[in-house]
Design a binder for this molecule. Structure first.
Ligand code: GLP
Length: 231
């Protein structure tokens, strides 16, 4: 369903600006979109894809960099041109300037039509961790400790080099016209319930989505096991 939502968006508006997330949840979505367009070739030269976040201070070609993951999972399969695939940089002498440039590029293309989001077990969106103010724009945040130590060892990054997460902010997320949040697995069940039924608080960044006028939530049965259904 998530893949079909992206496909529908592209067919409805060929110059759509679509935000993508990396992770276990979205991998399968990207595969289905790729297969669909392999089977039903369409003119995709107007669509712009961008990544919601990126790992900083690693080579862009590192397999765990969002750039490389998205390229391998979707962008190359769809033959998207470089200037229609916008990513925050993994390396920069001036990350704050790069963040402003990235935001401006999205504005210049008319703003975000559809944003596909995964959900962190602690309620993070992109790399906006618990405690992030809701008005945050694109910025340098941090990864969770587990992900950081995995990436540090895989890339042999020394301890004195910061391994942050550059990410669009919660304000940018809320400015997207349409959002699709996808969560799968029992490990997401508790946070799914909190996100939808808890208070709207920076301690659960994803809770802000309760206030978005066009946010769609897609869960598998495991992730939705604490939700009450009306029959
Ligand atoms: C990562 C990414 C997010 C992603 C989330 C969920 O930290 N920065 O963009 O949505 O975690 O990942 P997964 O789908 O693997 O659980």
């Amino acid at each position: 369903m998530a893949a079909m939502c992206v496909i529908k968006q592209i067919l409805k508006k060929p110059d759509s600006v679509i935000g993508l997330s990396t992770g276990r949840t979205t991998l399968h979505i990207h595969q289905i979109i790729s297969k669909f367009f392999a089977e039903y070739p369409s003119d995709l030269h107007q669509v712009t894809f961008f990544g919601v976040d990126e790992v900083m201070n690693v080579p862009r070609e590192y397999s765990g960099a969002c750039f490389t993951m998205l390229k391998n999972q979707l962008i190359d399969a769809l033959s998207i041109d470089d200037d229609h695939f916008l990513m925050l940089p993994t390396q920069s002498n001036d990350f704050p300037a790069a963040c402003r440039e990235f935001e401006q590029a999205l504005v210049d293309r008319g703003g975000v039509d559809l944003l596909v989001l995964g959900l962190g077990e602690n309620g993070h969106l992109g790399f906006n961790q618990p405690g992030t103010p809701f008005e945050t724009c694109t910025w340098i945040s941090r990864m969770d400790d587990q992900l950081e130590s995995r990436i540090r060892s895989e890339t042999n990054t020394p301890p004195d080099v910061l391994l942050g997460g550059v990410t669009i902010g919660l304000k940018n997320i809320m400015h997207s016209r349409k959002i699709l949040l996808v969560a799968k697995g029992t490990n997401k069940a508790e946070i799914v319930d909190k996100m939808l039924h808890g208070s709207v608080t920076p301690q659960v960044p994803a809770s802000i989505l309760q206030l978005h006028p066009d946010c769609h939530f897609l869960f598998d049965l495991s992730a939705s096991k604490y939700l009450q259904y009306e029959h």
